[in-house]
Design a protein around this ligand. Structure first.
Ligand code: 5AD
Ligand code: SF4
Length: 438
């Protein structure tokens, strides 16, 4: 039987919050307008690109992708640009890509059904009301539920466009978060990922009076949900990593022992220029405390090289932090000046060649450290949750502390298994199933 439902193709670039926004976009379209999802842009009636604008490169990519979609789209198919880039560029997008039908900012997901009906509509406001948290139900991953716990960001890091695109930080009432987590578990999720620009400042501001709890309390409450096996979160801010939070992180067995602590720079001078609010010593104290309290924890980080004013000796401080913390995962970026940010106007720029060299040095130290960390896992046993890879044949999974595994023997999708790490291939550990665990 042929179906008459309109089809939407969604391309998501960027962070987990964008992924969650895409789930919300689709859920709204399905519930209110009867859309189905397709993974073939050429058969879609609506093409959405939900993208990030934190650095220039994803923005450039957006315009090349838009051009490609314009060529293959069905006659009369609409194209909408959503997410942070939509917020940052607004109607300027029409000038560069005149075939775009509408622009929907990161804080305007709830307006999607309006946007598709109004040609050339632009929604980029950063105000809020509680209807913004109440979306139709919908998830792309049946085991892992992404849940926003706050939206926006109150920090003013000098390089960062997020406060301009996603607006002020508002915490979502804990009752809604708990309900969402319970519902997700009832429909098969084993893991929740709590999302916010600064998860550990949860509870600082609500849009209306609500029961006030902070992040450690929220974690404890969520962990009471029967049937929920794993809790992850991203990302905490180094400044708000206090001992009480670390105690809960260490002691609560449902909380996965992986933490992303964005460093940005190891130099206190640069951290001050970036307005990060902490020093190198504070960062080291917190990261090393994690190491001390949770022996099997893994720590990931973000580092920016070539921030204005970064001298060789400042850069060396970033390497020094890497040597002391030995991150298991590291994302490094060349500073990219963004319109609407304080750093875009700063002088004392670092030459591109120098920044590239620094990025390369970060990469090579990280590669060496990662190899050592992975080698040290061989022979150890891990609890891994198994999922089917995109090829629909191989099984992959993450350990509770976020190591990626490929599994080839005696295990099934959707199960926790105890595996022994027996080798390394393409950046993942190879695991041999020892027994099913839960
Ligand atoms: N230039 C380079 N990197 C940036 N990030 C954010 N803004 C910029 C920028 N203007 C990086 C930070 C952040 C990560 C998501 O992206 O490291 O933690
Ligand atoms: Fe951007 Fe800083 Fe807020 Fe993170 S904390 S989103 S880097 S402004």
């Amino acid at each position: 039987m042929t179906t008459l439902s309109p089809k939407v193709f969604i391309k998501t670039l960027g962070c987990a919050m964008n992924e969650r926004d895409s789930e919300h976009l689709f859920a709204e379209l399905r519930e209110k307008e009867g859309y189905e999802r397709t993974d073939r842009a050429e058969e879609a009636d609506l093409i959405l690109i939900n993208t990030c604008s934190v650095r220039e490169r994803p923005v450039a990519k957006l315009f090349s992708e838009l051009g490609a979609f314009n060529l293959i789209r069905k006659e009369r198919a609409k194209i909408g640009v959503c997410g942070c880039t939509a917020s940052a560029l607004g109607e300027k997008i029409f000038a560069r890509a005149p075939y775009v039908d509408f622009v929907l900012g990161a804080r305007n997901v709830s307006k999607i059904t309006e946007a598709i009906k109004n040609s050339r509509s632009v929604f980029t406001g950063t105000g809020y009301d509680e209807s913004e948290f109440a979306f139709a139900e919908g998830r792309f991953n049946k085991y892992r539920a992404l849940i926003n716990i706050s939206i926006g960001c109150d920090k003013q890091c000098a390089y960062c466009i997020v406060p301009a695109t996603r607006g002020k930080e508002i915490s979502i009432p804990s009752k809604l978060i708990l309900n969402e987590a319970k519902k997700a578990v009832e429909s098969g999720a084993v893991e929740v990922v709590l999302l916010g620009q600064n998860v550990n400042s949860y509870g600082s501001r609500f849009s209306s009076p609500h029961k006030k709890i902070d992040f450690p309390e929220l974690l404890e409450e969520i962990s009471q949900i029967d049937g929920l096996k794993r809790i992850r979160f991203q990302s905490p801010h180094p400044l708000h990593i206090d001992d009480r939070f670390l105690r809960v992180f260490a002691d609560n067995p449902k909380i996965c022992k992986h933490i992303h602590i964005p460093l940005q720079s190891g130099s206190t001078k640069i951290l001050r220029a970036m307005r990060r609010g902490y020093t190198k010593e504070w960062y080291l104290d917190r990261a090393l405390k994690v190491r001390e309290m949770v022996k099997d924890a893994t720590i990931s980080t973000d580092i920016i090289v070539g921030f204005p004013g970064e001298r060789e000796e400042d850069f060396e401080e970033s390497l020094d932090v890497m040597r002391q913390v030995k991150f298991e995962q590291l994302f490094s970026f060349k500073f990219s000046p963004r319109e609407l940010t304080a750093a875009a106007l700063m002088g004392d720029r670092v030459e591109d060649k120098t920044a590239s060299k620094r990025l390369w040095r970060i990469h090579s130290l990280y590669k060496k450290q990662l190899n050592e960390a992975m080698d040290a896992q061989i022979g150890k046993e891990f609890d891994v949750f198994l999922e089917l890879a995109d090829d629909r044949k191989t099984l992959y999974g993450k350990s509770h502390n976020f190591y990626s595994f490929r599994i080839f023997n005696g295990a099934k999708e959707g199960e926790f298994v105890k595996v022994r790490a027996v080798g390394i291939k393409n950046g993942a550990l190879i695991g041999e199933a020892v027994e099913q665990t839960r």
